[in-house]
Design a protein around this ligand. Structure first.
Ligand code: HEC
Length: 111
């Protein structure tokens, strides 16, 4: 019994942590479809824009990446991945854009 309690507790903790993440990932994925991000981006492969996994790798450990990328998605621009510009996305709004960027920086998991 003494060994089982901590095991059950840590299992519950892992479950809760995964539960919250899965919900955030699912809603970010939905936003990415809704706002057309996925017509130019894929998690794994380069389409018109870079693969979201490559974006996550490029900015791993960079503290100001979220702010910089929120501005970039909102205002559009080119030069970090090549000459093709990303169009501006002011319609997404700051909160959804931040949720999308944080998801991209997690590697854009589908669940
Ligand atoms: C019309 C195609 C297109 C659409 C739609 C699009 N992107 Fe992009 N995206 C690009 C291109 C091209 C780049 C590379 C820009 C560069 O080289 O700096 C890019 C770059 C990015 C980057 C990396 C920026 C950097 O400076 O490293 C992120 C993050 C990103 N896109 C997220 C999004 C999100 C979120 C959406 C939806 C709201 C979206 N994109 C919609 C084409 C697109």
């Amino acid at each position: 019994m003494k060994k089982i309690v901590p095991l059950v507790l840590s299992a519950a903790f892992v479950f809760m942590a995964e539960g919250a993440g899965a919900q955030e990932n699912a809603s970010a994925l939905k936003l990415a479809g809704q706002y057309g991000c996925t017509s130019c981006h894929n998690a794994e492969v380069k389409l018109v824009g870079p693969a979201f996994k490559s974006v996550a790798e490029k900015y791993a450990g960079q503290a100001d990446a979220v702010d910089m990328l929120v501005k970039k998605v909102t205002n559009g621009g080119s030069g970090n991945w090549g000459r093709i510009p990303m169009p501006a996305h002011p319609q997404v709004g700051p909160e959804n854009t931040k949720a999308l960027v944080e998801w991209v920086l997690r590697g854009a998991p589908s669940k």
